[in-house]
Design a protein around this ligand. Structure first.
Ligand code: PLP
Length: 415
């Protein structure tokens, strides 16, 4: 096991990287709303187009789909958070994932992916890339390292997993997966959307990290955004004017969004720690009463020991937990009670919002998987995913959850 280097703390690294000032010395970044940028000497322009000069090497930001100073600064802060050499932001998490994979893979290449990933990513790999570009993906249970090893072979370019998986909360053994990927000359790409600050995949051996910033990093369910973090050479490849997926496919982040997100990074640690604290309290109380709850912070979770070894413990084990109600009908009843009778949260997809969001994964964000694929991944038809919010009092929220659990018969009161 390659440990997280003791000297790396994502929050300290982000604070060190916050050295940008606004245009007039403001404490916040300026929003650079220009879509095009000047060069002072005409001969610099062709050099930028030849990739010989960038914003940090005597060139300029060139054009808003290439680089933008506000987006660039957010990319620096996120790179610092992940301990990456470089990073750049995108208009969505899917934009980040698609761009990274299309940069790493070409026609006929092979990807090995976890069988438990966000449904949109599953559809991208299983349907879209296979059909449109002949990039073929095999899905495996990544906790079975021998199966991962067997699946990797000639032409495998990428091993893909989520640090903590959506929705089953399976934990990826990042150091061991990195070893396998590297033995096969492949890159390990980790989606860290569920575990910002908790996991530092690049420090554990991964090559590329992708994020949906739409979730915990935004925290307010008001912005769709993403990011790719990794080595400088890789980020430069993504921005290459001839072959760069970010430059040419154009999932560009708007500088206003970058500014908004930059204001939320300083309190991300407080928010993630509180989401995690509440999720753990609720999970422990439910487990103690025999509720079929899945949460990687529980000692009984199969990934708990692994997560404890890999994680920065100050930020807990994440703000998402699942309850298995077995059937869709029971799941629907439970969520309706939680939203409409007890006001515990909202029946809506997504996660990382300041209020609780809940959805039945098999009927929503994992419905891109076939019934058999969901079954193999351990997504039961009644699996309810809850992204635990941080509003209201903890005991007030527990009383609401407890009442709904009791109404559906998952908690039985002694008389
Ligand atoms: N990765 C994970 C783990 C997700 O849960 C999601 C969306 O739910 C995405 C990526 C896609 O992100 P976005 O909606 O920002 O494109």
């Amino acid at each position: 096991m390659k440990p997280v280097p003791a000297q790396f703390d994502p929050v300290e690294a982000m604070a060190r990287a916050r050295h940008e000032f606004g245009e007039h010395g403001g404490v916040n970044l300026s929003i650079e709303a220009s879509t095009t940028f000047t060069v002072m000497h005409a001969e610099v322009m062709p050099e930028i187009f030849q990739g010989r000069r960038g914003p940090d090497s005597g060139g300029c930001y060139l054009y808003g789909r290439h680089f933008n100073p506000t987006v660039y600064a957010l990319g620096h802060q996120l790179a610092a958070m992940e301990g990456a050499e470089a990073g750049y932001c995108t208009s969505s998490g899917m934009g980040a994932i698609a761009a990274a994979l299309l940069q790493l893979c070409g026609h006929g290449d092979h990807i090995v992916a976890s069988d438990t990933i966000y449904g949109g990513t599953y559809a991208l790999l299983n349907d879209y890339l296979r059909e449109k570009s002949g990039i073929v993906t095999d899905f495996v249970d990544i906790s079975d390292l021998a199966a991962v090893e067997r699946a990797c072979g000639n032409g495998t370019r990428v091993l893909y997993a989520e640090g903590i998986a959506n929705p089953t909360l399976k934990v990826a053994d990042i150091p061991r997966l990195a070893e396998i990927a590297h033995r096969h000359d492949a890159m390990l790409v980790i989606d860290n959307t569920f575990s910002p600050l908790i996991l530092s995949p690049l420090q554990l051996g991964a090559d590329v990290v992708v994020h949906s910033l739409t979730k915990f990093i935004s925290g307010a369910s008001d912005i769709v955004a993403g990011a790719v973090l990794g080595r400088t050479a890789f980020i430069q490849q993504l921005m290459d004017l001839h072959t760069g997926s970010l430059m040419l496919l154009g999932p560009t982040m708007d500088p206003h969004q970058a500014f908004e997100l930059s204001l939320r990074l300083p309190h991300l640690a407080l928010r993630v720690a509180e989401h995690s604290r509440r999720a753990k309290v609720f999970a422990e109380r439910m487990a103690a009463q025999g509720v079929p709850v899945i949460y990687p912070g529980l000692h009984t979770h199969p990934g708990h020991a692994l997560l404890s070894q890999m994680a920065h413990t100050d930020y807990g084990c994440g703000g998402v937990l699942c309850i298995d109600l077995e059937t869709r009908a029971r799941a629907d009843d439970f969520m309706e009670l939680l939203q409409n009778r007890y006001r515990f949260g909202y029946m809506a997809v997504s996660l990382g919002y300041f209020d609780t969001l809940m959805s039945c994964s098999g009927a929503s964000t994992s419905s891109e998987l076939s019934a058999e694929a969901r079954d193999r991944a351990g997504i039961s038809p009644g699996l309810v995913r809850l992204s635990i919010g941080i509003t209201g009092g903890l005991e007030q929220r527990w009383a609401q959850l407890d009442a709904a659990l009791s109404d559906v018969g998952l908690i039985v009161r002694s008389t």
